[in-house]
Design a protein around this ligand. Sequence first.
Ligand code: KG4
Ligand code: ZN
Length: 351
Amino acid sequence: MLVLGIESSCDETGAAIVDDTGRVLSDIVQSQISLHAPYGGVIPELASRDHLRNAGPVVREALAKAGVPWDGIDGIAVTNRPGLVGALLVGVQMAKGLAWARGLPLVGVDHLVGHLLAVFLRRSDEAEAAPEFPFVALLASGGHTAIYRVDGPSAPLVRELGGTRDDAAGEAFDKVGKLLGLGYPGGPVIDRLAKSGNPKGVPFTLPMGHSKSFELSFSGIKTQVAARVREHGIPKTEAELADICASFQAAVTSVLASKLVAAAVMEGVRTVVIGGGVAANGELRARVSALAAERGLRAVLPELASCTDNAAMIAYAGLVRLQQGERDGWDLVATNATSLPRETRKGRGAR
Ligand code: KG4
Ligand code: ZN
């Protein structure tokens, strides 16, 4: 079975073709980062207009790169929640038009379920063998951060065990990046600079970091960085900048990794998984692998390109729905609410 996935929930327009083993035949991502960079965050109206420009070309490119004709495609999956509604609408309307024109079944996909299942994608021979259900997953992106128990590949089988009470982890990386004058998005730059810094250089602390619950909070550490910059100004030397990045990153990734592994132990589950843009972070990946090994758990990490927003994870999550005989109709709507239970997080957008 081959499925075309379409993603337009935030600032990436994506189209991809994936088969039922999770093999990625093509995955085209047209990033809007340079469009939003001057504003330090995503401007919804600009995002929608750029998706409109890019949606047709990325779908054409995904088909061409996979070398698959339209009659080789068995269904269309599209992100319809959660996200910027005007941005989501572009992908949803594109998917409806294509499904109607080609007589193909259509399914909407929850973007968060896409991130949780990204670990099933195989882009190269280096991809790890897929995890078995149940697993406990940390989803850490620019708009969401939570720990879930995942008993199967669809929303009703996913239960949130705890999540952020304020900012998402990626949002904290981006805000700290902005405070330090590193541009947008801050995550990848902080990841790089932290490598040469001293993680004990600045004593940052994370609220709820030591609590036994799986609740998280990231706005306090952002305030600590802001207070430091107010007092001392933006670091003038590379070394000082690297120390702040390393200390911030160590504080955030140690709490994320330890709560993920503690949640798996509490649930009696043998496998942990990560997903979302922050799952591309080198230190988080290393900490999760090491802590899981210490507790005798298996850690399955998605390939880097599967962490940040992409349409391949949407195609795969949609493929699972299609295989279960599920279909959506022309009344499929775009909404900012996730279908996962216990979701009270705020929406994405300029931050
Ligand atoms: O999953 P994603 O592409 O989009 C959302 O669904 O939000 O995540 C984007 C977030 C941004 O906040 C970005 O700074 C962060 O993921 N990110 C990283 C890294 N790469 C992307 N954070 C830390 N380290 C990275 N290497
Ligand atoms: Zn995402």
